[in-house]
Design a protein around this ligand. Sequence first.
Ligand SMILES: NC(=O)c1ccc[n+]([C@@H]2O[C@H](COP(=O)([O-])OP(=O)(O)OC[C@H]3O[C@@H](n4cnc5c(N)ncnc54)[C@H](O)[C@@H]3O)[C@@H](O)[C@H]2O)c1
Length: 423
Amino acid sequence: MLKSEFSTKVNYFPQLLDKIKTKNACVGIIGVGYVGQALVRALLSAGYQTYGYDIDKDKLRSIDHKYFRPTTDIRNFENCDVICICVPTPLDRNRKPDLNCLRQASSDVASLQRQGQLVIVESTVAPGTLRTFVLPIFEGSGKKCGRDFYLAISPERVDPGNTRFTIKNTPKVVGGIDEISAFLAVEFYSNFIERVVPTTTAEVAELSKILENTFRLVNISLINEIKNYADRSGIDIWEVIDTAATKPFAFMPHYPGPGVGGHCIPVDPVYLVEEARNKGVRLGIVESAIAVNEAQPKKIVQEAKKALNGRPNGKKAKMLLVGIAYKPGSSDTRESPALKIWEEAERRGFRVSYFDPHVPKLNGHASKPLNYETLLEQDVIIIATDHQGVPYEMLGSLNKPIIDSRNILKKFARNNSLKSKDI
Ligand SMILES: NC(=O)c1ccc[n+]([C@@H]2O[C@H](COP(=O)([O-])OP(=O)(O)OC[C@H]3O[C@@H](n4cnc5c(N)ncnc54)[C@H](O)[C@@H]3O)[C@@H](O)[C@H]2O)c1
């Protein structure tokens, strides 16, 4: 289709609004990973016919439902009235924002010959990305936003594995390139999400998501920094936090650990710092928080060396990592601090193995069984992630150095002694 052939007369809005309101809209999801899958499931249970497109065929196999249409051919998305883009927005090798997946997904949708579609980006991006990066890709093909298509952003806030807060009951933030796009996107989400929060601009929506995750990174890095001081001073940081948390207002407890991992919290603040830098603004606190977070795994390895009086020197010492996923109950190892501990420990001469009930295999290694035989052959044990159901009593009974970065052994012992007192 030539650029000049795009309609200037047809108004797609009433028809699209009607399809959205009556749930007759056909929805397409690009990127059926953690976020995309959760969205597909929410849409299917709301009764939408849903297409899923992913460059990874295995992701498409994970959903089996009579109204789900998996496809590896984007041309099938011409049938879709609403398209949600849920592709990754990671960091590249130099730890800079990498928008290649978003560029590709946007170009694929822009290449469709269908008009009157509502496109919503759910990936996390820096403020201004929808308007200055995504919109030109769509308008470059001659279409005009608000006339030939509609474009909005709704950064996903879902916490995979969280059963209390799901897509349905987590308020959904929505901003549009223009008022019509925002309105349509709000109508769409209102059909299957309890509360939708419209913003006046797309940029407010983009920055609110990054603010949420930056807030967490800054606070976790703050507590990791205070822990360094508390350790040096012989003060129990965990008791300090519990004590401060008795204040019924203003204080919000955050806990130390080996550094925060996952696809969002260590990554999103980098998007913000880069965008601010482009505008000539330095975000000193955020930059420091990123630096503190990135230094945590090194600190854990230093602690392990200290516990072994500087070993390993000649002979390699054995280190077992307990919990390799980035958070409890998850198998997700993206940006996991445990992997960074592993890398650093190997550089320092440790021989590393791991145990994780949720990650049976990783990069050619298999999770070790957690029994006395495994434990007794270790020189040092690092608890990196506090999964439930791990025999912590076995770890607690060992007479060898354990770096418990989550304080789980103390919590476990306390809970169990409380239970036995109850009995
Ligand atoms: N995982 C989370 O907890 C979470 C929470 C909120 C927001 N987010 C954000 O949501 C976005 C997606 O994150 P995720 O965790 O679902 O990522 P993911 O890696 O689990 O899934 C993304 C999927 O997109 C696919 N993909 C990549 N490029 C593609 C393309 N050009 N066309 C089609 N498919 C493509 C990948 O194969 C993958 O299956 C990111 O921006 C992330 O920051 C993630």
